[in-house]
Design a protein around this ligand. Sequence first.
Ligand SMILES: NC(=O)c1ccc[n+]([C@@H]2O[C@H](COP(=O)([O-])OP(=O)(O)OC[C@H]3O[C@@H](n4cnc5c(N)ncnc54)[C@H](O)[C@@H]3O)[C@@H](O)[C@H]2O)c1
Length: 595
Amino acid sequence: MARDFTSVGVVGLGTMGAGIVEVFARNGVDVVAVEVSEDALERGRAILTGSTDRAVAKGKLAEADRDALLSRVRFAVGLDALHAVDLVIEAVPEHLDLKQRIFAELDRVCKPEAILATNTSSLSVTEISVATSRPNQVIGIHFFNPAPVMKLVEVVRTVVTSADVVADVEALCKRLGKVDVTISDRAGFIANALLFGYLNHAVGMFETHYATREDIDAAMKLGCGLPMGPLALMDLIGLDTAYEILDTMYRRGGRDRRHAPVPLIKQMVTAGLLGRKSGRGFYTYERPGSPVVVPDEQTPVAAEAALAGAAAIAKVGIVGSGTMATGIIEVFAKAGYEVVSVTRGAEKSAKVFEVVKTSLNKGVVRGKLSEADRDAALGRINWSATLEHLADVDLVVEAVVEELSVKKALFASLDEICKPGVVLATTTSSLPVIDVAMATQRPADVIGLHFFNPAPLMPLVEVVETIRTSAETTATARAVCTALGKTGVVCGDRSGFIVNALLFPYLNDAVKMLEASYSTADDIDHAMKLGCGYPMGPFELLDVVGLDVSLAIQRELYLELREPGFAPAPLLEHLVTAGYLGRKSGRGFRDHTRR
Ligand SMILES: NC(=O)c1ccc[n+]([C@@H]2O[C@H](COP(=O)([O-])OP(=O)(O)OC[C@H]3O[C@@H](n4cnc5c(N)ncnc54)[C@H](O)[C@@H]3O)[C@@H](O)[C@H]2O)c1
């Protein structure tokens, strides 16, 4: 007969444990909440009351329901209080020896039929289970942070977990309103195996001053639609916990260097900068446990001061007639700049004009733009088929074909034609900006402006500085982004800049996970959407972006950084060879010809 969990125990009331207590108590289950000391118990109680009070204040929980929820929780110091519960979930720090000790003790204290579960993110559930005399009743129940909010639970069965235990825990997850994916015992399971390499890489970018914390986080939020940036997420997870997870994944997951914790993490942990829970991590918080970020010495100076030294830009030349050039022409014209569009002929110009007009008309139909503003925007665009017309512009944005020889030749011509002091920008997404800059006699004035597609909609622009770019050029580029209503993030001139360098290895890892038959495309997509709040799962996104494009970017990253973990997944290569390119070819990871 299926187990009917009427009371559960939670061990450890930190970031995760306190949230897990709330999940059960909210769903009518009695909880015995256990800590190691009276002080820790008080902290755990404060996390729970803080969270439920916030829910009441936001109108998400009635006061009476909060009181009923809290009345279901009994707090205690020591594991002896767990003798009568049906299930225990352990959420103590991520150390194998500590968890094994606790499981041995739970085995002694708990009734024989009780299920013992760990919330570990990276340790072996199997190794934890063998500390008990009932490994068949030991299972992983991996909640996501914050537990009351995130829908996903990864249920981890070992080779000895009984099938009925798995089935009962799956039914329990449903009862808690969660979506579960059941998987076997591998380091990082699904979500963390895909997440932590990315987080570590982002910390590495910050450590090497590749970009600021604000810019790294803004890039991933605005460029990929993620609910939070990687450094803010590290603060939420807790740097001590993140360190232990990375360290374990490195040792258990084949010593992939991408999981070797970036040294800065250990230094911050040693210095007590643990993230939100200690009030300071990558960011500074109002007080320990608070989600409210307050300014500190790294907070960027006020917008006006940051833009000091920016040159005034009134007239902008845009070279190219493809998707990006067309979108960028619209963006500049709408923002009030005088635009000179240079294409390779009147026919191309006519086409671009039509696309820009159609797009602006859509804005009018949707009520976002008046007819007068549309006409004014179109009136600001001058159409030309010769670069000579760029002689008096203040900024040139190049968006021609992604071929270095073509771009270099174009920049050499711009160098001849444009007046001194003009900012020359390339929209390249994969070529080194410095190569383009060195085709001119004025590399200090050359910069990357990496717009995202579709340019009129996407709020992010990566501003790519080379080692020769002047501070004035960067300030001007930033000011232009602001004037366009975009967020400009400044980064160094490395393959993939911020967004693609962090995004594509993660997508490639998902393909490798599928290739290894660890899980299905559906479950992996689910895990990232429901566990991490991503707007799309990796396979959905790969099919949208195009597998050929993804493979090309991944190859570039691999070639530049020579990181073995970046080697393109063979399955990705095979799918591209087979012509399965994603939505555009009707089939990629999924078949898009049938609905
Ligand atoms: N932080 C996350 O985002 C996250 C997400 C999912 C899973 N996890 C996993 O959850 C577990 C807990 O992580 P956390 O981030 O909540 O850690 P935490 O440091 O915030 O909390 C751990 C709690 O365990 C208590 N504790 C320590 N020894 C104990 C003992 N002997 N008996 C009872 N309580 C004890 C501590 O006092 C502390 O309150 C780890 O296995 C971690 O990998 C963490």
